[in-house]
Design a protein around this ligand. Structure first.
Ligand code: SF4
Length: 409
């Protein structure tokens, strides 16, 4: 599993807390190209220096740590930022450097505005690169809300971009939506979900608006220019989403993710099972298990988390390329256990009850089962006994439930 972070956006969205640099179309093309070419050169340099890790994460070298026993899928996910601001030849250089594009899933995140601007030839070029899944940031089908979000596209543009992707042969498209805005009425949210369903995407991710530190929204809230939606409104909108998507045949397989049967995201689903992955580019994270080759389960094994700094590559005085710095930490047993439980319980799959008890021996598991905050899932012919999950009607408060599994101390 490989993730590549593309740290460029044409403008900043009101709510965004991700690391990204503005690359405006108003900047001279030469300046944009130089910054982006330096970024691509630095990614190629990082690929060359992490070749063994990448081979292991792609499952092509079972002798290397974390490869065979963990069954990480061979996926590539290019996210951001906005990967669709990169010219196709730049993407192509990166993809080629990673080796044969034989991924079971190769996703690129796009902005509808870039799809519309690039047209059918852009979509065809992505397909020629081996991209077989698109994730498009739609967020809303209401133009007032899109303007408030400072998105570049409008609702018509999003619909047109979706149709263009379809007519270009993409049969696996995910769209992102945002709910829980104080100016988003329940009726408007229901119409938004209906609009999304009318497109029949294979996958829908929907996130509640949150106030991220350093975002424009955080400033608006602090200065009293924006009031957050009430918990009750957010809860109602989440329930509406669950109801409408279930009625339309979508499987609610993770707190924020729905898919038509069989179209669950392979890459993200693997993250939630805590398999090793390699993140390349500024602010990208990686997870590895250097001493666990041959072990069948990693659920309780501390791993090594590493991350790249949130900074662009730059040229030194002598013209040499200076890449973003990297750092790492070894996870403690408790951190690894918390992470494994948190990730698993955000999914409909859950985890084996015995494993939950082993990972958090003092957790009030029986109390949570009795209260309906956890539910046993009968698993046919399971050798590890029943599994346990958070029921869908408690997904909205999953963070609270998960925090109760880790009593202080
Ligand atoms: S496009 Fe995505 S990464 Fe860029 S500012 Fe908007 S939300 Fe953030």
């Amino acid at each position: 599993m490989i993730y590549i972070h593309v740290p460029f956006c044409r403008s900043f969205c009101t709510y965004c807390g991700f690391y990204s640099e503005i690359c405006s179309r108003r900047d001279p093309q030469q300046v944009q190209n130089r910054i982006m070419e330096d970024y691509v050169d630095a990614i190629l340099d990082e690929i060359a220096s992490r070749r063994e890790e990448i081979a292991a994460a792609r499952g092509s070298d079972p002798a290397k740590p974390g490869a065979a026993a963990l069954q990480a899928p061979d996926t590539l996910y290019i996210g951001g930022g906005t990967p669709s601001v990169l010219a196709v030849p730049m993407l192509e250089r990166i993809v080629r450097a990673l080796g044969p594009a034989t991924y079971v899933e190769f996703t690129v995140e796009v902005n509808p505005d870039d799809v519309a601007a690039g047209g059918a030839s852009y979509a065809a070029a992505l397909r020629a690169l081996g991209v077989n899944r698109i994730s498009m940031g739609v967020q809303s089908f209401d133009d007032d809300i899109l303007r408030w979000m400072n998105r570049r596209h409008n609702a018509t543009g999003a619909r047109e971009a979706f149709r263009l992707l379809r007519s270009s042969g993409f049969d696996n498209v995910s769209i992102d939506l945002i709910f829980g805005l104080s100016q988003l009425s329940d009726g408007l949210w229901e119409r938004t979900v209906d609009e999304a369903l009318a497109l029949r995407p294979e996958h829908i991710s929907a996130y509640q608006l949150s106030v991220e530190p350093d975002s424009a929204l955080a400033e608006m809230v602090a200065s009293g220019r924006y009031t957050e939606a009430s918990d009750e409104r957010c809860r109602r909108q989440y329930d509406t989403l669950c109801r409408l998507l279930a009625a339309a045949g979508y499987v609610h397989y993770e707190v924020s993710n729905w898919a038509l049967p069989g179209r669950e995201a392979v890459h993200n689903s693997a993250y939630w099972c805590r398999v090793p992955y390699v993140g390349l580019g500024p602010s990208a994270h990686s997870l590895s298990f250097p001493s666990t080759a041959g072990k069948a389960s990693l659920a309780a094994v501390p791993g090594v988390r590493s991350w790249n700094g949130s900074e662009l590559a730059r040229r030194g005085a002598d013209g040499c390329l200076l890449r973003w710095h990297a750092d790492q930490e070894i996870l403690s047993g408790r951190e690894a256990a918390e992470e494994a439980i948190m990730l698993a319980l955000r999914t409909a799959r859950g985890l084996p009850l015995a494993q939950l008890r082993a990972l958090s021996p003092s957790a009030p598991v029986d109390d949570l089962l009795a209260a309906g905050a956890l539910r046993l899932i009968p698993v046919a012919a399971a050798s590890d006994g029943p599994w346990v999950r958070i029921p869908e009607d408690r997904f909205f408060v999953s963070d609270d439930i998960i925090s109760r599994l880790f009593p202080e101390g």
